[in-house]
Design a protein around this ligand. Structure first.
Ligand SMILES: Cc1cc2nc3c(=O)[nH]c(=O)nc-3n(C[C@H](O)[C@H](O)[C@H](O)COP(=O)(O)OP(=O)(O)OC[C@H]3O[C@@H](n4cnc5c(N)ncnc54)[C@H](O)[C@@H]3O)c2cc1C
Length: 386
């Protein structure tokens, strides 16, 4: 199908669906979980999930150019983010690559239809950047594993039906070699989920405790102790399209920020005349151009079916840090009003800047911190010594 035809079709559906959502959830913010879930359910029911998955597995088998166009239209439509991002973006492609036929039959339909929400249990209190240091253990007992340990920062665990979990199955092996990848029912006895409130007021991630949780051996993906390779392959899924909605969002924020600078007067003159403000806006504009070129080259590589390389670390670093710079500038432009709580009437108008600024602090941490990305770029792109 031609990209423009597909784009028009996607835009038309998204426009109508966003309008219907606003009517059904009047006044509710886009961060509201029920609103997000409803929108994602409707999206899946209309056939907009599994765009790149093979048709034989219930997907649409679309090429990367069309998937990229869909992500752009989604970001422009003002639609809320989904709640099963991890199921659609990570677990689904992982099962397609490494799952057994039985696992694919059991779990892929629930992701496509959004009837089963997934979370990712990797990080632990003493194993974040050094993920292979994880200590949650799974011991065999007949046809089951018995899982004991703790995960942290587990996004969506409080609403998830299932969790894919990295566990240690061989304590005597070198640390990357004794890890397995399990699919765990979040309703299993012995699981406790403790929500963590974020500084933006939302509550999206959790601590998760496993106390003798029984998991069938059949729920292990791949061989025992081969979980590290599966987790690393999972991390590369969607890398090519991950940044598209984020760059569309950033471009719109930059446009809104220029407008805000024009309408904000200081000493009788618009802030858009202030040389320091202009300098910040120009810097953000240049960051955007560099990011768009990198994103385009990543997409071109994906269209040629090349494996994503360590260059993805560079774009993650540049995006997360330049996004924080843009939002720092927005708060400086708003001035002292930015410090008012979101319920202050005068602050309400500017609330999204406050919220996005707070949320952006997470962007240099999640999916690998800036320091870790710099290590990857230094060692694997620039060839610097360790
Ligand atoms: C919004 C959000 C959602 C998340 N969702 C999930 C989820 O769903 N599932 C999940 O498993 N995890 C999730 N995480 C966790 C995330 O993957 C970790 O926070 C991240 O990997 C960093 O680990 P850490 O927090 O333990 O920090 P640490 O690894 O303890 O790092 C602390 C500091 O030390 C620095 N540092 C560490 N090692 C090095 C090094 N070798 N060289 C230089 N500096 C170093 C880091 O850069 C950082 O500044 C989420 C995090 C966030 C913010």
């Amino acid at each position: 199908m031609e990209v423009e035809t597909f784009r028009r079709e996607a835009r038309a559906w998204l426009t109508d669906a966003v309008a219907a959502l606003r009517e059904d959830f009047p006044g509710r913010p886009l961060t509201d979980m029920a609103l997000r879930r409803t929108f994602e359910d409707r999206l899946c029911a209309a056939g907009w999930s599994g765009l790149g998955w093979p048709e034989a597995e219930g997907g649409r088998g679309l090429p990367i150019e069309l998937i990229a166009a869909f992500h752009e239209e989604y970001a422009r439509s003002g639609a809320p983010k989904g709640v099963n991002i991890i199921g659609h973006g990570i677990l689904g492609p992982t099962l397609l690559l490494s799952g057994s036929e039985e696992q694919k039959r059991r779990f892929l339909p629930g992701i496509l239809a959004n009837t089963e929400i997934w979370c990712q249990g990797y990080s632990e209190p003493d194993a974040g950047s050094d993920l292979a240091a994880l200590r949650t253990r799974a011991e065999r007992d007949g046809a089951e594993y018995v899982v004991t340990g703790q995960k942290i920062w587990t996004s969506f665990a409080h609403i998830a039906d299932w969790c894919f979990l990295l566990v240690r199955t061989d304590a005597s092996a070198p640390k990357h070699k004794g890890i397995s990848f399990l699919l765990v029912d979040m309703k299993a006895p012995g699981i406790t989920v403790r929500p963590i409130r974020q500084m933006d007021g939302q509550q999206e991630f959790n601590e998760v405790f496993f106390d003798g949780v029984r998991v069938p051996l059949a729920n292990r993906v791949g061989e025992e102790n081969a979980g590290w390779g599966i987790a690393m392959a999972a991390a590369s899924f969607e890398r090519a399209t991950y940044f598209i909605p984020r760059l569309v969002q950033m471009e719109e924020e930059l446009r809104d920020l220029v407008a805000l600078c024009r309408e904000t007067l200081r000493d009788g003159r618009p802030l858009s005349d202030d040389p320091l403000v202009r300098d910040g806006l120009a810097r953000s504009f240049l960051d955007m151009q560099a990011l768009k070129l990198h994103a385009r080259s990543m997409l071109a590589a994906a269209a040629r079916h090349e494996q994503p390389g360590p260059e993805g670390s560079f774009i993650k670093l540049l995006w997360s840090e330049s996004h924080q710079r843009l939002l720092d500038l927005a708060l400086a432009v708003i001035g002292p009003e930015a410090a008012l709580g979101p319920d202050e009437p005068s602050a309400r108008r500017r609330r999204h800047w406050q919220h996005d600024h707070l949320w952006s602090r997470a962007e240099t941490i999640l999916a690998g911190t800036s320091e870790i990305q710099r290590n990857v770029v230094g060692e694997r792109v620039l060839g610097l010594p360790r």
